[in-house]
Design a protein around this ligand. Structure first.
Ligand SMILES: [Zn+2]
Ligand SMILES: [Zn+2]
Length: 503
């Protein structure tokens, strides 16, 4: 049976050992927990009113649009869309005892098809090309791991073969914020395509009503440490249930990877040059003869054993210490179709001098289509790209110009306070986005761990259990669009299952 999964909060960053607050009774060597409230603002953070902030940003971002219009791939998608529903995608036949599981092959075949559709003139040509590419990968691979490596390289090759920089499937910031017409058009197409696949009650207002049953209450939001609006100060968040911070001195931090205390200058630079030796894996508890044993899944090292990974410097999370600069979703007029929107969201983060900061955000709609996906330039100097967990590399951020403020403006225009946002431990993403939102479905809460909090089940475990699918096995690291899609699919599965029981 499944072993308890220690990842109470930072599911996508492998920082579970940070978040073991409350578990120290049976995990004596775990590093000190971080977090807690701090009343002082960080340098550079602002606290203006939501409305003024968003408006000025919108103006600024729109002004920058004209020069960046080549970034969008929306017209291309529209051009291809009418043919999308005509042909059925090829399927890899199941083969028992195969060297690579069929679902993995199918996943890469689908990814290849997605890329080929962008460059081929017909759907059939794209399918044929993708099938041929997948066959080469399969024939060359003697094991699952080799297959994954080769497949990822093929995917990169297919992506880079495209002439446009928009080939990374990123829906551009400008298209989302400025290109209202473009966004609307692709929306309509997405919906008509999905109508053939899904029952009426799993879309639009009907899906919204069903999902409402899983939305967290105010109490849930508090209990699970979601950012809530500070009643006194606009632009400021409060968090309940945050563990007290161990150190009060602002120049002393505790590394969230190895637990070492280290000193920083007022600007966040490390005072001493010191490597960070840590375990990047998560703690797993396993039943052994005579009891339980806890070890890291990176190297099977015991709790308290020397780390298996050396990084240049110590890092800290810090998101719950900088509670300024938050924006809150607006109340908007109810939409005519009775659906204020349903989206799944996932973020990637890296370590900067100030702590964890946003590097990528992905938003998926209820038809599993990416509606917004962008790399984000952190506000402070990056000290560790966290690529192992985020999949985001230094090269990805090299030309990124979108800032957290820009992302907030887009999200505020896309969501209203009634929009249902779905995510796995979504509070973590909302802290990275500095976004306050109260209409939330959290798959880590809808699918609880059998041992209760603070245990949470990993998204990939949920997918494997309920949807019989394997995710997050890419050598490129974790992919935010895959995770966002997984959350949406899990909820749709859950609604179908619960409907069976009710009937
Ligand atoms: Zn290790
Ligand atoms: Zn460290």
């Amino acid at each position: 049976s499944e072993s308890p999964d220690f990842q109470p909060r930072y599911h996508c960053m492998g920082l579970a050992h940070v978040a073991l607050f409350g578990l120290s009774c049976f995990l004596p060597a775990c590093p000190p927990a971080l977090g807690g409230l701090k009343k002082t603002a960080l340098p550079g953070s602002t606290a203006s009113s939501n409305g003024a902030e968003a408006l000025s940003l919108k103006a600024r971002t729109l002004a920058g649009m004209a020069s960046k219009t080549t970034n969008t791939n929306v017209p291309k998608r529209i051009a291809h869309a009418p043919t999308l529903a005509t042909l059925k995608r090829p399927v890899i036949p199941t083969e028992f005892g195969a060297k690579v599981p069929t679902n993995i092959r199918q996943r890469y075949l689908n990814l290849f098809i997605d890329e080929c559709l962008k460059s081929c003139t017909s759907q059939q040509e794209a399918f044929d090309k993708a099938l041929a590419e997948e066959k080469v990968v399969y024939d060359r691979s003697t094991s699952r791991n080799i297959y994954l490596n080769v497949a990822v390289n093929t995917l990169k090759k297919l992506r880079s073969a495209l002439p446009s920089p928009a080939n990374r499937k990123l829906v551009s910031h400008e298209a989302m914020l400025g290109g209202k017409l473009a966004a609307k058009t692709s929306f309509t197409l997405n919906r008509s395509a999905a109508a053939q696949l899904r029952a009426e009650d799993l879309k639009g207002a009907s899906l919204y009503r069903r999902l409402k049953e899983y939305v967290l209450t105010e109490e849930d939001l508090k209990e699970h440490g979601y950012p809530l609006p500070c009643p006194e100060t606009s632009g400021r968040a409060v968090v309940f249930n945050a563990e007290e911070k161990k150190t009060t001195d602002g120049s002393c931090r505790v590394c969230c990877r190895c637990g070492t205390e280290y000193m920083v200058t007022p600007s966040g630079n490390c005072v001493r040059k010191e490597e960070c030796v840590h375990h990047w894996g998560k703690l797993r508890k396993q039943r052994v003869p005579g009891g339980w044993e806890t070890h890291y899944n990176c190297c099977s090292g015991a709790v308290g054993s020397p780390g298996c990974q050396v990084a240049k410097q110590h890092v800290h999370d810090g998101r719950k210490e900088s509670l300024e600069g938050f924006v809150k979703t607006f109340e908007k007029m109810p939409s005519a179709d009775g659906n204020p929107g349903i989206y799944a969201l996932d973020c990637e983060m890296c370590y900067t001098k100030q702590g964890l900061e946003l590097t990528r955000v992905t938003v998926i709609n209820s038809e599993l289509k990416v509606v917004y996906d962008t790399f984000v330039k952190p506000d402070h100097k990056v000290v560790d790209y966290n690529t192992r967990f985020s999949g985001v590399t230094e090269a990805d951020l090299e030309n990124a110009s979108i800032t957290l403020r820009d992302v907030q403006a887009v999200l505020l225009s896309m969501f209203s306070s009634d929009t249902i946002l779905i995510g796995h431990s979504l509070e973590s993403d909302l802290f990275a986005l500095k976004l306050i939102h109260g209409t939330v479905v959290d798959t880590a809460i809808v699918f609880p761990h059998r041992l209760g909090l603070p245990y949470k089940r990993a998204l990939r475990t949920l997918m494997a259990d309920y949807l019989k699918r394997i995710i997050q096995d890419s050598v490129e690291g974790h992919d935010s669009s895959e995770d966002a899609r997984a959350c949406m699919e899990l909820m749709i599965w859950k609604i179908k299952e619960d409907a069976k029981v009710k009937r």
